[in-house]
Design a protein around this ligand. Structure first.
Ligand SMILES: [Zn+2]
Length: 144
């Protein structure tokens, strides 16, 4: 898709995340500290049918985007509190339930072992996770 190619020139990770959102593999993503033409990015994403929210801090911006289904889940998750909020946010971001659960427990101090990050998407995987490998395969397939 031409618009995705445009994004790829600006930020390869952003382009991958957008592809994953469009294919509903990972419906919501956030890019923190983006330095670039965020208004151009916003226009492209909206043209692709995604919802976009930009928070500016100085010349950097945090870009949250997703399908409308994903963004609805995200908003609902954000209205919750504590461990349930973290867990539901993880699900909204498209992470496996086992990893979202582990991460929420880690944040609350119930688990001691810090989860490792699954690159390239920086998703925290639970120890011994089985679902994340499948997810990584899907990510890699779209990353070319
Ligand atoms: Zn897991």
């Amino acid at each position: 898709m031409e618009s995705v190619l445009k994004l790829k020139k600006l930020d390869e990770r952003l382009a991958l995340l957008v592809t994953l959102a469009l294919k509903k593999i990972k419906q919501v993503s956030k890019i923190d500290g983006f330095e670039g033409p965020d208004e151009v990015v916003k226009k492209i994403l909206e043209k692709l049918g995604l919802e976009v929210k930009i928070k500016k801090t100085g010349c950097r911006s945090d870009i949250l985007f997703g399908t409308s289904e994903g963004m609805t889940k995200y908003k609902m998750a954000n209205s919750l509190k504590g461990k349930e909020r973290i867990y539901q946010l993880g699900l909204a971001f498209g992470y496996p339930n086992c990893c979202s659960k582990y991460f929420s427990e880690f944040i609350m101090g119930e688990k001691k072992e810090k989860p490792k990050k699954l690159l390239p998407l920086e998703h925290f995987i639970c120890p011994g996770c089985k679902k994340s490998n499948e997810l990584l395969k899907k990510y890699k397939k779209e990353d070319n």
